[in-house]
Design a protein around this ligand. Structure first.
Ligand code: HEM
Length: 409
C-alpha cells in the first residue's frame, strides 16, 4: 500500500484515495471489501452523531491508472453543525474527525492487506480465482494452454480451427491505432462495445470473443485486452508459426473509447490505401508486406466481408505460401455477383483481394514479397517482430517479455 495518498477536499472533507495499477475489475473487488470493512468500523463511530456517516466508493479508470476512492463525506448540515459545535466546545470534534480519518485509512489498509494476501494465494494455488497483482510467466502460460486446448477441442469451425479468426480478432483490436492522436490500439478491448463491434470490418468476430469467454471466466484476473491479444499469439504459435514475444499490462476501457469506423483496411482498394492505413499505425512498406503474410491463414466469408474463399491450400498453418502463391500463380478476376476479387487460374479455388494483389503490382512492396517467398525463416523472423509491434500499438507496457511455449505445434 505504499501508493497510498490522502487528499483533503473542500466539499468532501475526508477522501482517501488509493491508486492501483490494474483494471477496473480488480478495483471493484477491492472496493467491496473496503466497503464491508469500513461499514463495520464506522458503526462504532456513529454514537453521538445526529446522522450516520455514509461512505461513497467509486472506481474509475483513466488510461493506465485505476483509482479507488473511499469518500467519507460529512454529509448533512446537522452533522456539520454537530461536529462544529464539538470542535468549538473543545477538542472532541477534532478528535472525532481524526478518528474517522484514521479508521478510513485503516479500512483501506486492511483491504489492501487482504488484497495482497488473496493475490499471493491465487497465484500460489493456481486456481485463477481472485486477483493477481503481478502475474508471472507461469500464470500466462496456463491461460495460453487453455486457449491452445480449446483450439484443438472446438474443431467444428470453418477449416477445423478458430486459429485464423483468433488472429484476426487480435489484429482488429490493434489495427485501430492512430499515431497522431494516440487513440485506438490493443489497449482497451473496446471492440466489445457498440458501435465498434458492429463495424463492417468486425463482422464475425463476436464468435471469437465467445470462444475466449470460458477462458476469461476461468481466469478473471486477466484483462479482456490482454486475453484477446494472447489469443492471437496462441493462434499463430499453435498453427506452427514463430514464437511471438509477449508481455502483459493492457487495461480494459469502456465504450467511451471506441474508435470511429474506417480505421481498418478495405480489401477492395489498392497500394495507396494500404500505405495510408498502415502508415497511420506507424508501419513502413516492409512491415505492411510482412503483416499481410497472415493471409496464409483462414478465408473470406460472403456473409462477413462479402469476399469468398481461402488464400492458400493450408489455411490453418502459418507458412510463407501466401507470397509464393501470389508470385507464382496466374490470377484473373473471379466471375461472380460478389465484390471484385481474384481467383487462381489453375484451380479456381484460391483467392486474392485487390489489396493482396497490390503487393505484387507495386515495386517497393514486391521486393519484400520476393524476399519472403524465397525464405521462410526470414519471413518467420520478421513476421514475429511485426506482430509483436502490432499487438502493442496504443499501449504503454512495462512488464518484461515472456516466451510462452507452444503446446501442440
Ligand atoms: C493488408 C490489409 C488487409 C486487408 C485489406 C484485409 C482484409 C481481410 C478480409 C476482407 C478478410 C476476410 C474476412 C471474412 O470475410 O471473414 C480477412 C481475413 C483475414 N485476415 Fe486480413 N486483411 C488485411 C490485413 C491483415 C493483417 C495485418 C492480418 C494479421 C496480422 C490479417 C489476418 C487475417 C486473417 C487471419 C483472416 C482470416 C479470418 C478467418 O478465417 O475468419 N489480415 N482479411
Amino acid at each position: 500500500m505504499n501508493r497510498h495518498r490522502v487528499l483533503l477536499h473542500a466539499d468532501w472533507p475526508i477522501l482517501c484515495q488509493t491508486r492501483f495499477p490494474f483494471g477496473p475489475d480488480s478495483a471493484l473487488t477491492l472496493i467491496s471489501t473496503t466497503q464491508r470493512l469500513t461499514k463495520t468500523m464506522l458503526h462504532a463511530t456513529r454514537t453521538g452523531l445526529a446522522n450516520p456517516l455514509r461512505c461513497a466508493f467509486r472506481a474509475h479508470s483513466v488510461p493506465k491508472r485505476t483509482f479507488v476512492s473511499l469518500r467519507l463525506p460529512i454529509q448533512t448540515v446537522a452533522l456539520r453543525r454537530q461536529l462544529g459545535r464539538r470542535s468549538a466546545s473543545g477538542s472532541s470534534g477534532a478528535r472525532s474527525t481524526t478518528t474517522i480519518v484514521a479508521l478510513a485509512l485503516g479500512a483501506v489498509g486492511l483491504a489492501g492487506g487482504w488484497y495482497y494476501y488473496s493475490q499471493q494465494k491465487a497465484s500460489k494455488d493456481g486456481t485463477g480465482a481472485g486477483l493477481l497483482s503481478k502475474p508471472t510467466e507461469s500464470d500466462f502460460q496456463k491461460v495460453y494452454n487453455q486457449i491452445a486446448h480449446r483450439l484443438v477441442e472446438v474443431d467444428e469451425y470453418d477449416d477445423g480451427s478458430y486459429g485464423p479468426v483468433l488472429l484476426r480478432l487480435a489484429w482488429h483490436c490493434s489495427g485501430t491505432y492512430d499515431k497522431e492522436t494516440n487513440t485506438g490500439g490493443s489497449d482497451g478491448a473496446t471492440m466489445r462495445f457498440a458501435p465498434e463491434k458492429d463495424h463492417g470490418a468486425n463482422a464475425g468476430l463476436q464468435a471469437t470473443r465467445n470462444f475466449l469467454e470460458p477462458v476469461k471466466t476461468a481466469n478473471p484476473w486477466i484483462s479482456y485486452s490482454d486475453l484477446y491479444i494472447l489469443g492471437g499469439v496462441a493462434a499463430v504459435q499453435e498453427m506452427g508459426g514463430p514464437v511471438i514475444p509477449w508481455r502483459y499490462g493492457r487495461s480494459d476501457k469502456d465504450a467511451a473509447f471506441v474508435t470511429p469506423d474506417g480505421r481498418l483496411p478495405d480489401g477492395a482498394k489498392g497500394a495507396d490505401h494500404l500505405r495510408a492505413i498502415f502508415h497511420r499505425m506507424g508501419f513502413d512498406d516492409r512491415e505492411i508486406v510482412a503483416l499481410s503474410g497472415a493471409h496464409a491463414l483462414g478465408r473470406c466469408h460472403t456473409d462477413r466481408s462479402g469476399f469468398s474463399g481461402p488464400w492458400t491450400f493450408s489455411p490453418t498453418m502459418v507458412t510463407n505460401d501466401y507470397y509464393a502463391i501470389l508470385l507464382n500463380e496466374k490470377w484473373g478476376w473471379k466471375k461472380w455477383d460478389g465484390p471484385a476479387q481474384y481467383e487462381d487460374k489453375s484451380t479456381k479455388s484460391r483467392m486474392m483481394l485487390p489489396t493482396d494483389m497490390a503487393l505484387v503490382k507495386d515495386k517497393a512492396f514486391r521486393h519484400h514479397v520476393e524476399r519472403y517467398a524465397k525464405d521462410n525463416d526470414v519471413f518467420f523472423k520478421e513476421f514475429a517482430e511485426v506482430l509483436r509491434k502490432l499487438f502493442e500499438l496504443g499501449t504503454n507496457l512495462q512488464a518484461d517479455y515472456m516466451t510462452l511455449k507452444p503446446v501442440h505445434a
